[in-house]
Design a protein around this ligand. Sequence first.
Ligand SMILES: [Zn+2]
Ligand SMILES: [Zn+2]
Length: 146
Amino acid sequence: MCGASRLTLTQTPTARFFCHCEICQEVYGKPYSDATVVNASTVTISPDSPIIYENYWSGLQRGICSECQQPVVGLLAIAPFIRAAFIPTIVLGERFTAPKASAHIFYHRHLRPVVDDIPKINGFLKSELRAASIALSGVYGKTPNK
Ligand SMILES: [Zn+2]
Ligand SMILES: [Zn+2]
C-alpha cells in the first residue's frame, strides 16, 4: 500500500474470499479481510521489501509491511510442494481485475452483517474446509465451486 513492499504476479487470481476471523480483523484492522489466492510459485517478492512474517497456528505465514503495517502476502503450505499465496485484494490495485468472492468464511465471527448473494460459512471447521477448497482452486487457477 505504501509502495515499500513489492510483489510481482505471473498468475491472474481466480479465487477470492472474505474472512471474518478474529486474526484477520486484527491484522487488517477491518471487520473482515478481502483476499485473493494464487500459486505461491507465481509470486516474486522484491528482495528489498521490508516484510515481516508472523506465523500462525494454521501454518499460515502472514507477511506485513513494516513501513505501513499493512498485510502484503500470506503464505500457506497446502501440501509438500503446493503453496498458496494470499494477496489482499486491495494490493492488486488496478493491474488485475479481482475475481468475484466465492464465500464469506468464519462468518460466525462477523462484526457487521453483510447483505450480498455470496455464501456465508459459519463454524470453524466448515470455514477451514471452505478456505482450503478456495485456496486449492486459486493455486490451480480455477474458479472455486459455490
Ligand atoms: Zn481470517
Ligand atoms: Zn507498506
